[in-house]
Ligand binder design. Structure first.
Ligand code: G4P
Length: 195
């Protein structure tokens, strides 16, 4: 997605060979117009899939997921990393280890919001080692729901998550795939086959 690649080049900051700071438009401050375009782009790619629910994880997946939910007219559910005071329902839970942050979170989603007749699309901001997406896939499987695929805003193609998820036969659509951040310079992959 051209606008996103341009935004990464103009506003992203390469912190190291593996970490990109995009908190001026995605991870802290949010650019609503860009999010709207991202929602439209995901809708174009997954629009034929009869999606009934979008599933993401707090916090930075929520903005693009909501824009897509608005476009498709379907609800957005976000997995919580901490149990909320009111989250007293029956829960699906999965363990998500972050290699980047070296911490493990138990994520949870109320059983009220994903049912076996749902067609779920997973949305997340970053795909690095794939652990967050795998945790969300686990929850979709626990619910016995159908999985339409995963829509990712920025995939770090030099890390293993994308190939691992695609090898499981899951359709992954990433709007920008970074092939390298060597020498402080972001390079993009051309779009890759989705499965
Ligand atoms: P994984 O889920 O693909 O295995 O990713 P990983 O453990 O490496 O990443 C954990 C967290 O770090 C996620 O955010 C992810 O979005 C973020 N992250 C990974 N690589 C980058 C990067 O290069 N730049 C930025 N800005 N973030 C990165 P999170 O902990 O869930 O945070 P948030 O959603 O609350 O913002």
């Amino acid at each position: 997605m051209k606008q996103l690649q341009e935004k990464i080049l103009t506003d992203g900051k390469v912190l190291s060979e593996s970490v990109l700071k995009v908190d001026s438009f995605l991870n802290h401050q949010i650019d609503p117009l860009l999010m709207q375009e991202i929602g439209d782009e995901f809708a174009g790619r997954f629009g034929k899939e009869a999606i009934t629910k979008i599933l993401t994880i707090e916090s930075s997946g929520i903005a693009p997921a909501v824009m897509l939910g608005l476009k498709l007219g379907v609800p957005v559910v976000f997995a919580r990393k901490r149990k909320s005071l009111t989250l007293i329902d029956q829960l699906y839970t999965a363990s998500v280890h972050s290699f980047t942050k070296n911490e493990t979170n138990e994520i949870s989603v109320s059983k009220d919001f994903i049912k076996s007749d749902d067609v779920v699309l997973i949305i997340d901001d970053f795909l690095a080692n794939g652990q967050a997406v795998l945790g969300l896939v686990d929850i979709v499987e626990q619910a016995d729901a159908a999985l339409a695929g995963a829509g990712i805003v920025i995939e770090k193609g030099f890390q293993t998550g994308g190939s691992m998820i695609r090898e499981r036969g899951i359709r992954v659509e990433s709007l920008a795939i970074i092939s390298s951040m060597a020498n402080g310079k972001v390079e993009f992959h051309q779009e890759v086959p989705t499965v």
